[in-house]
Write a new protein. Structure first.
Length: 425
C-alpha cells in the first residue's frame, strides 16, 4: 500500500476508509477522497494503537490496519482462552475460529501460541474500486479463514507485483478460472474472489452454491483461480497508479493512440502489450489483423507484442495452465453478456453441452467468436493445445470499465456459470 495522506485519492483510500469503518473508527463514505473525516478517523485509530496520531497512513499504520484489510488477526493465546471466548470477543463465532485453526485441541489450547481469529465481515469487498494490494489482502485473508484453500504466486507482473492463485478441492476433474487479462475489465477480479469465498463458506457448513452441493462439487473437482492476471493495469485504470516513471511511460504510449481514452480505455499491461493477444494460437494472424488496424507498437489495447508469451503475465498464466493441466477453463472478461466457446469454428467434445448449461443458468448468449477476435487469446490456446472445453465469458453491459455499482447484478447472473463449471468438462 502506498502512503496515504490528506488530499490522496484512489482505491487505496477507499480501502483505508473501509478498514477504518470495519475497525469501528468511523462511518466514512468509501469515496476514495482523503478528507478531514478520514484524517480524524485515522488519528483515532492511531491513538488507540499506540501510533503517532499524524493522520498519515504509512507503513506502521497499514500494518496495524492489516486485520481489517484481510479479515483476520493473530491472537496470542492466554490462560482461559477458548475458541468460544475468542469467537465471542471478536464477533465471528466459535465455529469460524475452530475452522481457521484445524488440528488444535479445543480443550487444551497451548498458551503462548498465535491462532487465527476471523473478523465478523466478508473478506471480499464488493462496493469499492480495486487495486493490486487488495487482491493480495483478499487472497491471504481467504486462505487464513479457510485452511483448505491453498494460496500462492504463479509469477510476477511487469512492475514485480505478485500474480496470485488460489486452489481448493482434490477431485480428478481440474478446472481453472482466470480474470482481468484486460486492465479495464477489473470487475471480473472480485467476481472470482467473491465466488471462492461463497464456495469455501458453503463447504465449511455443508451448504450449497447456486443450488449445487458445495462439498460434492469439490469431492470431484480441483479448482484453481488466477483472479488478477494484470494487476499493474488494474492500478492504472482504477487510479491507484497516479505518478512516477511507469505512469509517465504509459502516458507516452497512450499519447500515440488517442483513439483510446486514458486511462479508462487501457487494456494492456504496463509495457503496452494486450495480454489476451499473447498466446501461441494464431498469433501471426492476430498480428496481421491488428497491424492492418494500425496497432503496430505498444498501445493501450490490441498490440500483440513482439512474440507470443513475451509478456511476463501471459507467460506465467501459460505455465500455470500447463502445470495444472485443466479439464476445463473459463477466462472472464467484460462486457457483452456473451459466452464464446470455439476456436476457429472448432470446439472440443462436450464444449457445446457445457456452454449451453452456462447460457441457461445465466441468460447469456452462447456465440461464435468474431473472426477478428478469434486468434491468440487464452481460450484459443487452451482449445488448440489441450482439445478440452475453454470459454471466454464477457460479463455485464456498458462501457469498460464497468462501475462497481453493477457488481451485485452481474454476480447474481454469473454465479451459476462458476458453479456449473465445477462439474462440466
Amino acid at each position: 500500500m502506498r502512503i496515504l495522506r490528506f488530499g490522496s485519492t484512489g482505491p487505496g483510500v477507499q480501502l483505508l476508509q473501509l478498514a477504518l469503518n470495519r475497525a469501528g473508527f468511523g462511518e466514512l463514505a468509501t469515496d476514495g477522497a482523503f478528507g478531514p473525516l478520514t484524517r480524524e478517523a485515522l488519528r483515532r485509530f492511531q491513538r488507540a494503537n499506540a501510533l503517532q496520531p499524524d493522520g498519515v497512513a504509512g507503513p506502521r499504520s497499514h500494518a496495524a490496519l492489516r486485520p481489517w484489510y484481510t479479515g483476520y488477526l493473530l491472537h496470542t493465546l492466554r490462560p482461559g482462552d477458548s475458541f468460544w471466548s475468542l469467537g465471542q470477543a471478536y464477533g465471528s463465532g466459535e465455529a469460524a475460529v475452530a475452522l481457521a485453526n484445524p488440528g488444535l485441541p479445543p480443550e487444551r489450547l497451548p498458551v503462548g501460541m498465535d491462532v487465527i481469529v476471523p473478523l465478523p465481515f466478508p473478506v471480499v469487498p464488493t462496493k469499492i474500486a480495486w487495486c493490486a494490494a487488495l487482491v493480495g489482502y483478499c487472497v491471504q485473508g481467504l486462505a487464513a479463514r479457510y485452511p483448505f484453500l491453498r494460496s500462492g504466486q504463479f509469477g510476477r507482473s511487469v512492475l514485480g507485483r505478485p500474480l496470485w492463485h488460489l486452489t481448493l478441492g482434490e477431485g480428478p476433474r481440474r478446472v481453472l478460472y482466470n480474470a482481468e487479462h484486460h486492465a479495464n475489465e477489473w470487475i471480473t477480479t472480485p467476481l472470482l474472489l467473491c465466488f471462492v469465498e461463497e464456495l469455501a463458506a458453503a463447504v465449511a457448513v455443508g451448504g450449497t452454491v447456486a443450488g449445487l452441493d458445495a462439498g460434492e462439487l469439490l469431492a470431484d473437482t480441483a479448482l484453481c483461480l488466477a483472479p488478477a492476471v494484470n494487476p499493474d493495469g488494474m492500478d492504472l485504470v482504477t487510479g491507484e497508479l497516479q505518478s512516477g516513471e511507469s505512469y509517465d511511460r504509459v502516458r507516452q504510449i497512450a499519447a500515440a493512440y488517442p483513439r483510446y481514452p486514458f486511462p479508462s480505455g487501457w487494456k494492456a499491461n504496463l509495457r503496452g502489450v494486450d495480454l489476451n493477444l499473447q498466446y501461441p494460437a494464431g498469433w501471426e494472424q492476430a498480428r496481421a489483423i491488428k497491424f492492418e488496424q494500425g496497432i503496430v507498437s505498444p498501445a493501450p489495447a490490441d498490440f500483440v507484442g513482439t512474440a507470443p508469451l513475451a509478456a511476463p503475465e501471459a507467460r506465467a498464466l501459460y505455465e500455470l495452465t500447463l502445470h495444472f493441466d485443466p479439464t476445463l477453463v473459463q477466462a472472464w472478461h467484460s462486457q457483452g453478456e456473451v459466452i464464446y466457446w470455439q476456436y476457429r469454428g472448432y470446439a472440443p467434445p462436450g464444449a457445446q453441452e457445457a456452454g449451453e448449461r452456462f447460457a441457461a443458468v445465466s441468460g447469456y448468449a452462447l456465440e461464435e467468436t468474431p473472426y477478428a477476435s478469434d486468434f491468440a487469446g487464452y481460450k484459443d490456446f487452451f482449445i488448440q493445445d489441450f482439445d478440452r472445453p475453454g470459454y471466454t465469458i464477457e460479463v455485464g453491459r456498458g462501457v469498460n470499465p464497468l462501475p462497481i455499482a453493477d457488481f451485485e447484478a452481474i454476480y447474481r447472473r454469473v454465479r451459476g456459470i462458476l458453479a456449473e463449471g465445477l462439474r462440466a468438462g
